[in-house]
Design a protein around this ligand. Structure first.
Ligand SMILES: Nc1ncnc2c1ncn2[C@@H]1O[C@H](COP(=O)(O)OP(=O)(O)OP(=O)(O)O)[C@@H](O)[C@H]1O
Ligand SMILES: [Mg+2]
Length: 450
């Protein structure tokens, strides 16, 4: 039977099928199958089923030879930490982030430091011209201008340069813009992205080049392109923050060579991204101490971070009233407001509620519940917490209880280090009602303040 000319690939799970289906038979997602040309049949491949000679013998792990290659330091401490101690030669790192967040800036700076340390580097850009990249590099300093640049979108040309130059570190900005002429599909499609990543990985493994692939992120925040790309690479980093704000966080979603617990904090400045080593001190120092403000002792992976959470409760004519939050999960806000009203006597009824994590930081952990609740309680009653700023952390249960969260001692240590004398937590208040009383007092204090 002749081989079909096309196959269909799922953009979510990578499953291939000879026929088109509305629903992927692999993962069940709808409308994710896209057409690709089938790869040409192998002719007489050395690894075919009828390979001559005895089959290879599996080797016990202790007898496997390992070459210990030192990691490459990118010169950016926060990036090295998130990577687990620097770039691993021959590895593939995918760096995702929304448009304008600073992906090109970060990777250009990393290559600049490596070039400054005498390492051969290469910056491949399919998005910007060499002149545009130079303009950015001028902002980033002299070392960034040392990086050799190639503005190219053809995969084979890029692979040829990689083989010839054998850089220690290479950036591909972005994986969605490169394409192979051997495939019919457009750049950025499942087939192309997979082809680009796997062929670059192949060359990089051979030459020991550490490759940073820059990837786009969809509106929903997921990495654009097939999920298979995330399986293919050794490490997936996510660069987050709000473009209009200065703070950015970098976290590992997957790391074959280190933990996924570490988070790096950066600030976008005129001269590029600066590491923020004293993030807690800054956020506590900037906390307003006004009604509606508390300090959350959060855990960003294995690192404690103090951030200010602010709330505003304002009468509204809108039905339903607005519930807006930035840097937090919206569903979690709805839950906290419901428990506050039902179990802690702080109903916000028909008022608009706005909650914001200051500095553009995103907090994705249950320990943030109590900070949201206390900020809203303080805003609703119009009284500042006592003392101000007040530190807190804890998860809120549906029956109004406070539930313990991970690393209480590290959170408390961080809070004490930056002068927060009183911490409200599940250890000091078993219920949300008691936590609210401890933070903003009973109704008597509210009445006095009014
Ligand atoms: N002169 C400047 N001073 C301060 N910040 C700047 C300056 N110029 C650019 N920026 C910041 O750099 C960001 C762009 O950085 P960069 O090009 O690295 O982002 P990117 O993630 O690569 O974007 P894209 O997805 O478009 O490739 C801008 O959004 C802006 O915040
Ligand atoms: Mg860019």
């Amino acid at each position: 039977m002749p081989r079909p000319a096309t196959i269909f690939s799922c953009s979510a799970c990578g499953r291939q099928s000879p026929k088109w289906h509305g629903q992927c038979p692999g993962c069940g997602d709808w409308n994710t199958l896209v057409e690709e040309r089938a790869p040409a049949a192998r002719t007489g491949g050395a690894r075919g089923p009828d390979r001559a000679g005895p089959p290879p013998r599996p080797v016990p792990l202790r007898d496997v030879a390992v070459e210990r290659v030192p990691r490459l330091s990118t010169g950016i401490g926060e990036l090295d930490r998130v990577l687990g101690g620097g770039l691993v030669p021959g590895s593939l790192v995918l760096l995702g982030g929304s448009p304008g967040i600073g992906k090109s800036t970060l990777t250009n700076m990393a290559l600049g430091h490596l070039a400054g340390a005498g390492r051969p580097t290469l910056y491949v850009s399919g998005e910007e011209s060499a002149a545009q990249i130079r303009l950015r590099a001028e902002r980033l300093g002299a070392a960034a201008l040392e990086v050799p640049v190639l503005a190219e979108t053809d995969l084979d040309t890029v692979l040829g340069v990689l083989r010839a130059e054998q850089p220690a570190a290479c950036v591909i900005d972005s994986v969605q813009t490169l394409s192979s002429a051997a495939l019919d599909s457009a750049p950025g499609t499942v087939a192309q992205v997979r082809e680009v990543a796997s062929r670059i990985a192949d060359v990089a493994k051979r030459s020991g080049t550490a490759v940073l692939l820059v990837g786009h992120v969809t509106k929903e925040g997921a990495l654009a392109g097939p999920r298979v790309l995330e399986h293919l690479v050794d490490c997936v980093l996510q660069f987050e923050g709000e473009r209009e704000r200065t703070y950015r966080t970098l976290r590992a979603l997957k790391n074959r060579f280190g933990s996924t617990n570490d988070v790096g904090v950066f600030e976008m400045r005129e001269q590029g991204l600066a590491e923020v080593l004293d993030a807690s001190a800054r956020f506590v120092g900037e906390a307003t101490r006004a009604p509606g403000s508390v300090v959350l002792a959060a855990m960003e992976g294995s690192r404690p971070l103090l951030v200010e959470v602010q709330a505003l409760v304002s009468p509204s004519e809108l039905v339903p009233p607005r519930r807006v939050c930035t840097g937090l999960d919206r569903n979690r806000l709805a839950l906290v407001l419901a428990v506050l009203g039902r179990h802690a006597g702080v109903g916000v009824g028909a008022a608009d509620v706005f909650v914001n994590v200051v500095g553009g930081v995103r907090i994705d952990e249950p320990g943030a519940d109590l900070a949201v609740a206390l900020a809203v309680a303080s805003a609703a009653r119009g009284v500042a917490t006592e003392p101000a700023p007040l530190g807190c952390y804890g998860e809120i249960g549906l029956t109004g209880e406070l539930r313990s969260v991970g690393h209480p001692e590290r959170r408390e240590e961080e809070a004490a280090k930056f002068g927060l004398r009183t911490i409200v937590s599940p250890a000091t208040a078993p219920t949300l009602r008691e936590a609210v009383r401890a933070a903003v007092g009973g109704r008597e204090r509210t009445a006095r303040a009014a």
